[in-house]
Write a protein that binds this ligand. Structure first.
Ligand code: ATP
Ligand code: SF4
Ligand code: MG
Length: 325
């Protein structure tokens, strides 16, 4: 049974991709891009999913949106079993969930005017009358800090930050309850990043949005999220509320990611040393039997190479998968 405030709940979700067969009679290699992920996202809060390239963050988001096949597990949004939805009910439900993508240059149709880009989900989902949709688009422009005289411009007539504002307006136009932000500021300059993060925070408060916020950079999410899940090779290796994760990171991989984040607090800055992770990650289609981080972990022990650590609750709402913790 779901907790009263939990709006999205994942249990043991697995996504596998079948890759190209090697040779004529070889087996079809399988890549487990998401491997037994369980998460709980609370209404009105932001959960960050952090991890390096290829860790499975986008695939997890696509699984929640039912845009890749889920091999096993459960996904519930409110009291709806997302994996049980088909046809019309799936389509209707998608209204509740929207994406903001990384690259505002390639994610907006260059042939459409800004107003039509923002309107598109309203038309597709047949929300309201034609007049009310026009009205909604104008409101969205105002809400994301774009001017009314920009309604009829094309994407190339906007700056990168403004384009991301169009992407945000499009995402919130259908009044979704969940917004999946997939690296929404990674393609932007640092100054513009801060403006967009502030905008996302304000919209969350005004519209009671729940965010799943994907980033490879803990620095970006440190002022943005309520809780954080750190992913490595398809698995969550640490999950916690923000404060506990930043003050007391437990997994060696999280510590390495965190040591790369410049600290605003001078006392922390002096205490911290940059931890560099050397070595290569394992081949995702031929994973080692033990800990997936063993080939790069500065703390690795013999048992790490044969026994896989399980995600375990260590402190109140702080889970970690590491033998040494
Ligand atoms: N359609 C697909 N077919 C086969 N493999 C895929 C497919 N999509 C993703 N993968 C693989 O799944 C793994 C996870 O990819 P994913 O895009 O989810 O990572 P990510 O964490 O979002 O990375 P990035 O930070 O680079 O966006 C990678 O090894 C990737 O190559
Ligand atoms: S289980 Fe071992 S290899 Fe894996 S993170 Fe912990 S110490 Fe490192
Ligand atoms: Mg991605």
């Amino acid at each position: 049974m779901l907790e009263a405030t939990s709006m999205l709940e994942l249990r043991d979700v697995e996504v596998r991709f079948n890759l190209k067969r090697i040779g004529l009679f070889g087996a079809v290699p399988q890549l487990r891009a998401v491997d037994g992920v369980s998460l709980s996202v609370q209404q009105g809060e932001t959960m960050a999913i952090v991890g390096e390239s290829g860790s499975g963050k986008t695939t997890l988001a696509l699984a929640i949106a039912r845009l890749v096949p889920v091999a096993s597990g459960e996904i519930q949004m409110g009291d709806i079993d997302l994996l049980g939805l088909t046809g019309e009910s799936l389509r209707t439900h998608r209204q509740n969930m929207q994406f903001i993508f990384q690259d505002p240059y390639s994610s907006l149709n260059p042939r459409l005017r800004a107003q039509d880009i923002v309107r598109e989900p309203l038309d597709r989902l047949a929300i309201g009358s034609v007049d009310s949709r026009n009205q909604r688009v104008q409101e969205m422009f105002e809400q994301v800090g774009l001017r009314q005289d920009q309604l009829r411009l094309f994407p190339h007539q906007f700056s990168g930050g403004q384009r991301q504002r169009i992407g945000i307006a499009r995402a919130i136009a259908s009044r979704p309850s969940l917004v999946i932000c997939d690296e929404p500021v990674s393609a932007l300059d640092v100054g513009v990043q801060a403006q967009i993060l502030n905008l996302l925070r304000r919209l969350q408060k005004d519209l009671n949005l729940t965010y799943l916020f994907i980033s490879h950079d803990l620095g970006v999410v440190q002022h943005m999220c309520d809780s954080i899940a750190v992913m490595y090779m398809g698995k969550i290796v640490e999950e916690s509320d923000r404060e506990s994760l930043f003050n007391n990171p437990l997994h060696p991989y999280t510590r390495a990611l965190l040591s790369a984040v410049p600290s605003a607090d001078p006392s922390r800055r002096n205490r911290e040393q940059r931890i560099t992770i050397s070595g290569d990650p394992p081949n995702p289609i031929d994973l080692p039997p033990g800990c997936r981080f063993a080939s790069r972990c500065p703390m690795v022990e013999e048992r790490c190479k044969s026994v896989e650590p399980i995600l375990t609750l260590r402190e109140k709402s702080h889970q970690v998968a590491c033998h040494l913790v």
